[in-house]
Design a protein around this ligand. Sequence first.
Ligand SMILES: [Zn+2]
Length: 464
Amino acid sequence: MKITFYGATESVTGSLYYIETEERNFIVDCGLYQGTGQDLALNKEMPELPYDQIDFVILTHAHIDHCGRLPLLFKNGARSKIYCTEATAHLSELLLRDSASVIEAENELENAKRVKAGLEPIEAFITEDDVNETVPYFYPISYDKIIREANLEIQFFDAGHLLGSASVRVKNVFTGKSIVFSGDIGSGNNPLLNAPTAPPQGTYILTESTYGDREHQHPEERIPLLAAALEEELRDGQTVIIPSFAVGRTQELLFDLIQHYRSSGQLEQFLNMPIYVDSPLAKAATTLFKKEARYMQPAINKMIESGIDPFYSKNITIVGEMKDSIRLAKDNAPKIIISSSGMCQGGRIIGHLKEKIESDKTTLIFVGYQGEWTIGRRLLEKEATVEIEGKSYTPQCKIIKLSGFSGHGDRKMIKSWLNTIQEKKHIFITHGEEEARFALELYLEDLATDITIPKHNTSIEIED
Ligand SMILES: [Zn+2]
């Protein structure tokens, strides 16, 4: 078996692995690179592969850094099934359409510049039509079902990271050897999802390492701390902006806040806190979460089945139209705005940031990972000036970072997940920034005979 690492080797985005076996060739994840500059250019350089001979694709979960380049497979001639869970298929369609509309809008801006410079306009590298070509290939399977492809058995395990997320094992039924793809591993303290489940056995394991160099501190304190910060900022007359991933984090925040105030007997106080959720994607995702409630913890599923909406209370306004979003950004009354994208790289959050970061009456609260080179990271690191859509801003706002909200497990979680896998021989560390990858390599030292940190665009032969 030969594995080629085409993405998420030297960064946390652009996941793409190509696996060649005697009887089947397949791809695991095909995500977009996120960030700026160099990384984004990589999106347009798909590896040269015999796309029409790919037998199947495995998609671990719907985050765009795992599914965002799927349309390019089909544009390049692939015609194979994409195995994933049903929730992943639905969420991926939603996220791919959203991503295509962003790519098309950026392309239009680029074309306007090209035309001015006397150049021909170019087509967006992924379009809505490309997404339409891709969607019929999603082939949903459930966690407990085993799929057979020639001598390979494919099985999905709940990764507890995002609705429908999975770790996947591909096993050679003749030799008993298998390869496990961790996908992204959940933190184990997600209020909506189950704790991550590892496959019982795995010979070769590709593991993510996003938080390979740290341990999450007191995740149980995250909501009381957030609630206290929100109360204080509102009392001081601040507009609080929370950049939040539209899919996953926003639903967790809403659920957690409602539960926190309800269980502490302070619901009345909560109902006086004006909360605006400004993200069309979050709105659509919330509907999907309720539809696919069986992928959540049994108690939440039960709640939804009995007609309770765990993501809504009457102080929460879901902003629909763009004109309402603009009006909201210009309004100065104290309030809480939860908007996306979570790393401030696009979406409606941009309008709020442009309007508000130069004011000291604004408080930005970060509750999620901010990738290298993103606007979110620049704000978080308190850079003196931050460029947004070609204009320079001098942030005067208060910036708070609350930890404990990670969708990824810390190094302890990764180790305990790996510990439950029997027969592991060789661990490959991917999907992490440099420090995290090397720190995790040291931390896992005693777990397997071999540990490798693969380099981008390299292949490794393993005995299957
Ligand atoms: Zn993810």
